[in-house]
Design a binder for this molecule. Structure first.
Ligand code: ADP
Length: 565
């Protein structure tokens, strides 16, 4: 293929509509069956083409050589017979010489089996009145080349041949051979050149028939090979497909699926080992599930069991705490310590019970139309004192979210309280921005602090139970280490998600995204598309938000215009 052909071929591939090209490319990539069949067709076509061309050329060449040997033999016989007739003649005058020549040529045509005969008197002969005239049959006109004639004139005792195109009966031309030799005519007529033409159309037809038969056979063979490949490949691919779809179902949690085992071949052994693997996986998962249920039940039972003694301790502690001013210094401090630790214990127990409810799948949402901006305002108001203590300004930005969303307000409040508590805890006394916004399908709330922030590894583990970025850090607000784990469960129970962006020294953003109504769940993968608020802040470098006129909590303005989606 030339460079121009190449670029034309590439051009025509480019010219194909894009969708079609993509479909062909993806079918080629994804289907082993299509690839195998096409590669088999391609390679067998190439092999058949090479073998076919070789056979065709060697048959054509053998056929031609056979024909040529036959023609040379026949022509030699005819020339010898002609010379014998001439030699044995006693013709002496012009008339009898002409008759002799005619008889000789008749013998030649009958022995040679062809009417294409020419006879010329050699040009270097002395003039003779007796010499019979030249004869040329019409089919040989213009066919005998000067080169052939020169060879015959030079060595008249030899035979020479030449491939020629002879006129055919249909008006076209047929392949042929012209054989030239010399004849000695008596009575002073001198040397003559004899040319006999043989038409090889018959051999050509035999060859063409053979080629057509060969081509049809080759096409049938390729079709047959393709069909066989398709059947064989399907036989192998089908079990592979079954294995792939079974593993997909297994991965999706359908632990009972198995591959049918048939026969004793390699595919049957693949199915057997796959099924063996699935069996042990199922047994292991069942074991783990049972263990997990046991653990959950244990945590739940322990938490429940601890509740009663803790309530008693709490009541007793409250009594002591109420009278702490009556106690001496160290005793009063001990009573205070008992009080805070009992409170912490209660919170921890509450969180443990909550998480075990999630684990047991027994959580039911109590949804009602809730205004997230108002809810955020309430939480800000509640945490206002704490924030002020830590020197953090709380700021609410609510471009949207003023229309009610169908959520469980208790759980959403718990999430917001936890996020805000964490932001105050880790916010280093810098401002904290709470943003609320919504779109047609979702509502989102984000809490941005400009405090310590976290590394990427820490941010990835932040929703793990009891995980703390720095366990040695003194907790002032009294978190249990389960806050974000419960918040995430709360968000997921709504069909929403909770995401985090954080950078050491640049603070963190926690973003809660909930569907406007439970049931219209959000896929986590769609977070960036669905959430009305960006996760990554536009000001990651800033040590705080741009200043505003007011100081302290900026609470939502109830009179503001509603411009939700
Ligand atoms: P707790 O606050 O009770 O420790 P959480 O689940 O709420 O438990 O938080 C887990 C950990 O995540 C915290 O201990 C803290 O290390 C980290 N964390 C949470 N929020 C922030 C934040 N805004 N900035 C930095 N670290 C945070």
């Amino acid at each position: 293929m030339t460079a121009a052909d190449d670029s034309r071929a590439t051009g025509s591939w480019r010219g194909l509509p894009r969708r079609l090209r993509a479909t062909v490319a993806s079918t080629w990539r994804r289907s082993l069956q299509v690839r195998t069949v096409f590669i088999t067709i391609g390679l067998s076509t190439l092999a058949i083409l090479v073998i076919g061309l070789y056979i065709s050329f060697s048959v054509a060449s053998n056929l031609f050589q056979d024909q040529r040997s036959r023609v040379l033999e026949v022509s030699n016989n005819a020339t010898t017979a002609a010379q014998l007739i001439l030699d044995s003649s006693d013709a002496a005058d012009r008339g009898s010489l002409q008759l002799l020549m005619k008889a000789t040529l008749d013998t030649v045509t009958s022995i040679a089996g062809t009417n294409d005969v020419a006879i010329f008197r050699a040009p270097d002969q002395p003039a003779s009145n007796n010499a019979p005239p030249d004869r040329l049959s019409p089919d040989l006109a213009g066919v005998i080349s000067p080169a052939l004639r020169a060879q015959v004139q030079e060595h008249s005792e030899n035979q020479y041949w030449q491939s020629v195109a002879l006129g055919s009966s249909s008006g076209g031309s047929d392949p042929g051979i012209v054989v030239g030799s010399g004849l000695q005519v008596p009575a002073g007529a001198g040397r003559y050149e004899l040319y006999i033409g043989y038409n090889l159309a018959e051999a050509q037809r035999t060859l063409a028939f053979m080629q057509v038969t060969g081509t049809v056979g080759a096409i049938a063979l390729i079709a047959l090979l393709s069909a066989i490949t398709l059947v064989v490949v399907r036989g192998v691919i089908e079990p592979i497909r079954t294995t792939a779809s079974t593993s997909r179902r297994l991965a999706a949690g359908d632990l009972g699926v198995r591959i049918p085992e048939r026969g004793e071949d390699e595919l049957a052994s693949l199915a057997a080992s796959f099924n063996g693997m699935a069996d042990s996986l199922q047994a292991r998962i069942r074991e783990l599930a049972e263990l997990s249920v046991m653990q959950q039940r244990f945590v739940s039972d322990v938490s429940h069991e601890l509740r009663t003694p803790l309530t008693t301790i709490r009541l007793a502690g409250d009594v002591l705490y109420g009278q702490r001013e009556d106690f001496a210094g160290p005793t009063a401090r001990t009573v205070e310590l008992l009080h805070t630790q009992t409170e912490r214990f209660e919170r921890l127990l509450g969180d443990l019970l909550e998480i075990s409810r999630y684990d047991a799948g027994s959580v039911k949402l109590a949804t009602e139309p809730t205004n997230l901006v108002h809810l955020a305002g309430d939480v800000i108001e509640e945490m206002h004192g704490l924030a002020r203590e830590r020197g953090s300004e709380l700021r609410l930005e609510a471009p949207g979210g003023h229309l009610d969303a169908e959520v469980d307000p208790r759980r959403v409040r718990r999430i917001v309280t936890n996020l805000l508590g964490n932001a105050i805890e880790h916010g280093e006394g810098r401002p904290i921005v709470i943003a609320v916004d919504s779109n047609a399908s979702a509502i989102a709330l984000s809490v941005r602090d400009y405090g310590l922030g976290m590394t990427t590894e820490a941010a990835e583990r932040v929703f793990d139970r009891f995980w703390r970025a720095d366990p040695s850090r003194v907790r002032t607000i009294g978190g249990t280490g389960l806050g974000l784990a419960i918040s995430l469960e709360d968000a997921v129970a709504h069909g929403g998600h909770l995401d985090v962006w954080s950078h050491p020294g640049k603070g963190s953003v926690f973003r809660l995204t909930l569907p406007r109504s439970v049931g219209a769940g959000l896929e986590p993968a769609d977070a960036a598309v669905v959430s009305p608020l960006p996760l990554e802040p536009g000001d990651p470098e800033a040590a705080g938000p741009p200043p505003t006129a007011s100081v302290g909590a900026i609470l939502p303005d109830d009179d503001r215009e509603v411009h939700d989606a």
